[in-house]
Design a protein around this ligand. Structure first.
Ligand code: ATP
Ligand code: MG
Length: 571
């Protein structure tokens, strides 16, 4: 499902439908779409797919996309979610302009329309309990049974519905149901519930209502009120479309077209809000914006750019069949973007002290380092060099294994932007752990090669000990150990696959001084280590805290390369 493939085969199936509707005159421009989140959690990468699709289509067709809060279920909804959703949609780069709506704005109109259906004999008040409604509904193989209340008169229904609204009946004791067909092969048409009684204050309407419309009753009518032309939703609503159409036909109002597409699933990730909420509430993560969460807020804090997420959504495209996308592709997209944009810096995460014995005690040199080899306009910066440095513990082995070319006793390597150094001594503590390396440098190799042509096989990064800035760095790994978090032993649930090593906090990391006053949200490539982002919550002036966005190893690029080779280089 590569982009090139899609471009070759023209627009996707949704855009083809829109083109047909415009050509046939079923809808006049402008094309109007909507993104309808329920404010019961933070947005995640799956929502980003829907946002990019809906706002993207509106942009392409010169139409508009509404942001509509689908706030029909007051039990689970909160103001905090409304705020975060708006922030996240904006951050992704989209703008609903003045078209911000709430399904709750339509409660009065929906109530009037419900009475209209009652008057037409198309809806009735039912006294069955929720449990009984379920039992009467039947199954896929058995038809349902008609409710004993189904044939109440219009007058009785109008009166009872009015009394439901006035709060004369206890919660759950009555519902308003559409009168359709208890034998329909589509369960959604077996007299679906339109209203339930719930004495729950609503975040916008307060105590005004004690009856609330169901999703099915609210959604299509909200689309109609707003003049939506194409109501794009995920596949689980495919079986609801006949009901969506039925309500609009009965009312004889503007009738948008519902189109379903496959939701995004990602390997090593859960994307259900119920599960994400559980991770937050049970403290498996530090919050909705924990950098390990697949939420937009989490990805932002992790260091993802809006561009990389939009690019990801474009690459995966839209289809009618469920698929699971590799998280490697998402990581590939942010790497590609940051490779172009992030400035390079040197940082040592697990420091090992190096003393250069033949370097003058008081001398400091300012060496020139390139900010971004992919972007010459990013220029250069000065990095101080002196007698005592830090290198990565990992870049030294007392007994180097085969193919290990970095520092070892008697061996010479290049320090990035600086000199060749050779290890001439190892100082250990009482437990025998390496505490310090004694080295000598070759002044003739400054910033380049040795004049005598001798070679080194490795270049390592370093930070001047005297100038280093101390920092905390958080290394994140996948939140789950299995590609499919639901792949568990009997008796376990998906949480059994949580990765106990998904977070490693390193303190006492050493950064080059240019990073001292880094601002929250700034992103860099730490040379040889990966991409890192200054934490949006915890980073303070002079006390940097960084999150690792991704390592440098691009698994996806390797897979793509292999595919290319396999197909003989034909993309
Ligand atoms: P969840 O299953 O995570 O609880 P939801 O569908 O209940 O999600 P909503 O707030 O109702 O969440 O979703 C708003 C919009 O985002 C809907 O149009 C929905 O179809 C879409 N959406 C939700 N999850 C995904 C996903 N994984 N991929 C694509 N679109 C999604
Ligand atoms: Mg939903």
């Amino acid at each position: 499902m590569s982009t090139t493939e899609e471009k070759r085969s023209g627009p996707d199936f949704i855009r083809r439908i829109i083109n047909e509707d415009l050509a046939s005159g079923r809808f006049q421009p402008p094309v109007v779409t909507r993104f309808p989140p329920e404010p019961n959690g933070y947005l995640h990468i799956g929502h980003a797919k829907s946002i990019c699709l809906n706002f993207g289509i509106a942009r392409e067709y010169g139409g508009r996309c509404h942001l509509r809060f689908d706030d029909t279920n007051p039990e689970k909804e909160e103001e905090e979610y409304v705020r975060s959703i708006m922030e996240d949609v904006r951050w992704l780069g989209f703008d609903w302009g003045e078209h911000l709506y709430y399904a709750s704005d339509y409660f009065d109109q929906l109530y009037e329309w419900a009475k209209e259906l009652i008057k037409k004999g198309k809806a009735y008040v039912c006294d069955l309990s929720a449990e009984e409604v379920r039992q009467y509904r039947g199954t896929l193989t058995e038809p349902g049974k008609e409710s004993p209340y189904r044939n109440r008169s219009v007058e009785e229904n109008l009166e009872l519905f009015e009394r439901m609204r006035r709060g004369e009946f206890p919660d759950g004791s009555k519902t308003l149901r559409a009168k359709i067909d208890m034998a329909s092969p589509n369960l959604n048409l077996r007299d679906p519930v339109m209203y339930r009684i719930m004495r729950v204050p609503h975040h916008r309407t307060g105590d005004k209502w004690c009856i609330y419309p169901t999703y099915d009753w609210a959604h299509g009518q909200s689309d109609s009120i707003e003049g939506i032309t194409h109501s794009i939703c995920t596949l689980e609503f495919e079986d609801h479309r006949p009901l969506y159409d039925w309500f609009l036909e009965q009312l004889g109002v503007h009738h948008p077209r519902q189109i379903e597409f496959a939701r995004l699933n990602l390997t090593y990730t859960v994307l259900s809000k119920r599960r994400l909420l559980e991770l937050v509430q049970s403290g498996y993560v530090s919050g909705w914006d924990d950098p390990r969460m697949p939420t937009i807020a989490g990805l932002r804090r992790r260091g993802y750019t809006p561009e990389s997420i939009r690019n990801f959504c474009e690459q995966i495209g839209v289809a009618k069949a469920d698929t699971v996308v590799s998280i490697d592709l998402l990581e590939h997209c942010v790497r590609e973007d940051l490779n172009r944009r992030a400035e390079r810096r040197m940082a040592v995460l697990r420091p090992l002290r190096v003393v250069i014995e033949n370097y003058p005690e008081d001398q400091v040199e300012e060496l020139e380092a390139i900010n971004n080899p992919e972007d010459p306009s990013a220029g250069t910066r000065k990095v101080p060099f002196c007698r005592e440095l830090y290198i990565e513990q990992d870049d030294f082995r007392e007994e180097p294994p085969p193919k290990y070319y970095r520092l070892a006793p008697g061996r010479e390597v290049r320090l990035r932007y600086a000199y060749f150094i050779k290890c001439v001594g190892v100082i250990k503590d009482e437990q025998g752990r390496v505490r310090e390396l004694r080295c000598v440098y070759d002044p003739a190799t400054r910033g380049g090669d040795a004049p005598d042509g001798r070679r080194v096989k490795a270049t390592i990064h370093w930070v001047s000990a005297r100038h280093a800035v101390d920092a905390e760095v958080r290394l994140y790994d996948r939140l789950f150990v299995k590609a499919d978090p639901d792949d568990v032993e009997p008796g376990q649930d998906w949480k059994a696959n949580l990765n106990p090593k998904s977070l490693e906090v390193l303190t006492g990391c050493k950064l080059e001084p240019a990073l001292k006053d880094v601002k929250p949200g700034e992103r860099f490539q730490f040379e040889r280590l990966g991409y890192f982002c200054a934490d949006l919550r915890d980073c303070q002036p002079g006390r940097p805290v960084f999150n690792r966005t991704v390592t440098l190893k691009d698994t996806w690029a390797k897979i793509e390369q292999k595919l290319k080779q396999a197909s003989g280089g034909r993309e």
